[in-house]
Design a protein. Structure first.
Length: 438
């Protein structure tokens, strides 16, 4: 295709792993993907949103071609930079307000409560009080979490006041790293009365939810919300940490329909447009109830291979199509495999990682085991506790994507990959971190 007819798509935080999946979307041959800021710039340390905007403007202003779309698939600050830059450069995005309504956990709960009953009891914790207490009417066991955080960082399950106070102390010490930059975004919005004075450095407490975890992926196009995929989220035994995400979900059809309906109603309330979303839920098979855990104002880039394996196209396709004003609908089930999973190979005690395979060895494993892709998170000799953006209870060592005929085939491929990787750990602290359950 002639160069002038190709679409220039700027991807905030474009990384090599996702470039590979972006290049697998339908019509990828007519797109040129451009990196706009690095993942390190966007996620390491305490970021400055104004400084990131200036760096992004410098790149866009220096580009001599047309700017057809600005997209992103990461959480804050990427999720907020996309609508801010989109407004300045005249490209299609959802509004900044709709993104913040999803990402600010307290504001999101206020919006959800207006249209659905699938919310736990929740409230704010006064971090400035001499002796912070749980909100009135919110009972143990509960979860404490900042209004915004990376990858469940500073999220704690607590079952009594001793654990509550310990979690509050940790949150108070670390909330500013993301909360201060988030405050600078909130300052750009005209907030409703119920959000006046709340800010970005607030701690939310909500009663613990139980059941089977499930994720919903969808998009909003021309004012209508659509769900295109439901995935099961399966934890390690007696742990709140994900073992794998599996697509498609094996839940009964009536539950799937309910998840579609609640998701679509919620996103209408949020007011998104021309954007993807993902929502996490709990399903209680005994009571037949679903409970909404959180809304993400972007699709899950970590599910891209799963949709490619099963449906024949990565979910990045929806993001790109919406940004270009196109209908992103695709038929499902056109992929090579009946099921797919993203596995989280975790270590539950601190230690140093050794015998990390070379890229050449990883590529050889991927060739030896059909329908597999491997991303090793830790580096040779790295202490796990120094790896950024880990949750509060475990350390991610590798992500392993598998496509297969059924669940047993997925597990067999995962086990083969773990054995083939041959990672070893030393200086492991006894007891590990996976002691609390959701």
């Amino acid at each position: 295709m002639p160069r002038g007819q190709r679409k220039n798509i700027f991807v905030v935080g474009l990384d090599e792993a996702n470039l590979r999946t972006l290049e697998a979307v339908p019509d990828a041959g007519s797109y040129d993907f451009h990196r706009l800021l690095t993942v390190q710039e966007l996620q390491e340390g305490e970021v400055s949103v104004p400084a990131l905007m200036d760096r992004a403007r410098a790149v866009l202003d220096a580009y001599e071609g047309g700017i057809d779309a600005i997209v992103g698939y990461w959480d804050f600050p990427v999720s907020t930079l996309v609508p801010m830059l989109g407004k300045e450069y005249g490209v299609r995005t959802t509004s900044l307000e709709s993104v913040v309504k999803c990402e600010h956990k307290y504001w999101s709960r206020l919006e959800q409560r207006k249209v659905i009953d699938a919310c736990p009891r929740f409230g704010r914790v006064d971090l400035d009080a001499d002796d912070p207490k749980p909100p009135e009417g919110v009972n143990f066991p509960m979860w404490l979490k900042p209004a915004l955080a990376y990858s469940s960082e500073l999220a704690f399950g607590v079952s009594d006041m001793t654990e509550f106070r310990a979690a509050v102390d940790e949150i108070k010490a670390g909330i500013g790293r993301v909360g201060r930059p988030f405050d600078s975004v909130l300052d750009l919005l005209e907030l409703p009365p119920e959000m006046q004075g709340v800010g970005g450095q607030v701690c939310l407490a909500e009663e613990a939810m139980t059941g089977i975890q499930v994720a919903v992926e969808g998009y909003v196009y021309q004012g209508k919300a659509h769900v295109y995929g439901v995935l099961d989220s399966i934890n390690y035994p007696s742990s709140p940490c994900f073992l794998r995400h599996q697509y498609p979900s094996t839940l009964p059809a009536p539950v799937i329909r309910k998840l579609h309906e609640v998701s679509e109603r919620t996103m209408r309330q949020i007011g998104m447009e021309s954007a993807t979303f993902s929502i996490e839920y709990f399903y209680d098979p005994k009571a037949g109830d679903i409970s909404l855990l959180e809304i993400n104002p972007r699709h899950s880039q970590s599910h891209a291979e799963l949709f490619d394996y099963v449906d024949g196209a990565p979910n990045h396709h929806r993001m790109v199509s919406l940004a270009l004003g196109r209908d992103p609908a695709l038929p499902g089930g056109l992929g090579r495999y009946a099921m797919a999973a993203k596995w989280y190979y975790r270590w539950f005690g601190d230690g140093k990682v050794h015998e990390v395979p070379t890229p050449e060895r990883i590529a050889a494993i991927e060739r030896e085991i059909p329908g597999v892709r491997i991303d090793v998170v830790a580096e040779e000799g790295q202490k796990l506790s120094t790896v950024s953006q880990q949750d509060s209870y475990s350390y991610e060592v590798a992500h392993i994507f598998t496509g297969g005929d059924d669940e047993e085939d997925l597990r067999r491929k995962f086990d083969r990959c773990v054995a083939a990787l041959g990672l070893t750990f030393d200086e492991t602290e006894p007891g590990g971190r996976g002691t609390k359950t959701r």
